[in-house]
Design a protein around this ligand. Structure first.
Ligand code: C2E
Ligand code: CA
Ligand code: CA
Ligand code: CA
Length: 278
């Protein structure tokens, strides 16, 4: 039993060491990629259900670690947040996305806005607003070209700290969306206080609306609630025509998901925009 105890201990301590080691490798990899390059953005289109055209694209980070291979943002973003690397990385994303939108404008692609995900850590940084404004202007864009997506849980846990900043962003013309809506715990009262323009219904409610009556009701409820507060509703993770039709019948304003396109490299999404928007 003694030796088995020791083996179990060794087994776990090795597993823990591997976890710590991998985390460290990711952290060092992030630092290195910030200095020497290594990140890319892909873009996923959003379709306006009233016009059928692509109204926005969402910028999504992509990263291949030199040794560990492709790492999903759900894995490396939390590490970037804990280490504050999200601050320079977040600005890199905004700069890159604005650069891309400017390039499309120069190529005659108009009427499409750029949505960027931001961490609440970025919103808590005093220099964020000024840094964002100077990037937007450097690319000859204006606030109204940009949408920022902030997850529901992050915003609700930090409401008092970020409220003034959200107001400044709104005054600058930026659209603010609550991401992953429905997974947090927004009360109606607090939602009403937030300077936001749209809600993105989380994929977990959308993926089975054809078969899960409960989730279909939740989507209907979010759409009705959002509209009553004057908000635009976007459904994410739409993969089938049936899901699209149900959401359209419930009055959903826009959809995003594999049905339209996966997140794509800039050139591919530009072709799609030209094709769809004519
Ligand atoms: P998110 O903002 O909720 O982004 C949507 C995620 O759902 C993306 O995953 C996208 O590829 C995926 N997706 C879109 N349509 C479908 C669909 O129809 N079916 C399925 N199964 N999945 C779909 P991705 O790119 O892996 O990003 C994961 C998360 O990482 C994002 O979730 C976002 O929270 C975070 N993230 C990505 N890029 C950034 C960034 O630049 N900054 C920050 N702060 N977070 C980012
Ligand atoms: Ca998002
Ligand atoms: Ca989301
Ligand atoms: Ca998410």
């Amino acid at each position: 039993a003694k030796s088995r105890g020791r083996n179990t201990f060794e087994f776990f301590s090795q597993a823990i060491n591997r976890g710590v080691r991998e985390r460290l490798d990711i952290e060092n990899g992030l630092r290195d990629a910030l200095k020497h390059g290594g990140f890319k953005l892909h873009y996923q289109p959003q379709i306006d259900l009233t016009t059928g055209s692509i109204c926005s694209v969402e910028a999504l980070l992509r990263w291949r670690h030199p040794l560990l291979g492709v790492i999903a943002p759900d894995r490396f973003i939390p590490i970037a947040e804990e280490t504050k690397l999200i601050l320079p990385l977040g600005l890199w994303v905004i700069d890159r996305a604005c650069h891309q939108l400017r390039a499309w404008r120069n190529d005659g692609i108009a009427g499409v806005r750029m949505a960027v995900n931001v961490s609440v850590k970025q919103l808590q940084d005093e220099s964020f607003f000024e840094a964002l404004g100077s990037i937007v202007e450097r690319h000859g864009l204006s606030g109204s070209d940009i949408e920022l997506e902030i997850t529901e849980s992050a915003i609700m846990e930090n409401l008092s700290r970020v409220q003034a900043l959200l107001k400044s962003l709104q005054d600058y013309g930026i659209t603010l969306s609550i991401d992953d809506f429905g997974t947090g715990y927004s009360s109606l009262g607090r939602l009403k206080l937030l300077p936001i323009q749209s809600l993105k219904i989380d994929r977990s409610f959308v993926h089975d609306i054809e078969t899960d009556h409960g989730n279909a009701k939740i989507c209907d409820g979010i759409i009705a609630l959002g509209h009553s507060l004057g908000l635009k509703i976007i459904a994410e993770g739409v993969e089938t025509d049936a899901q699209k039709n149900l959401l359209q019948n419930s009055g959903c304003d826009a959809i995003q998901g594999f049905l339209i396109a996966k997140p794509l490299p800039a050139d591919d999404v530009a072709k799609l925009i030209t094709q769809v928007n004519g």
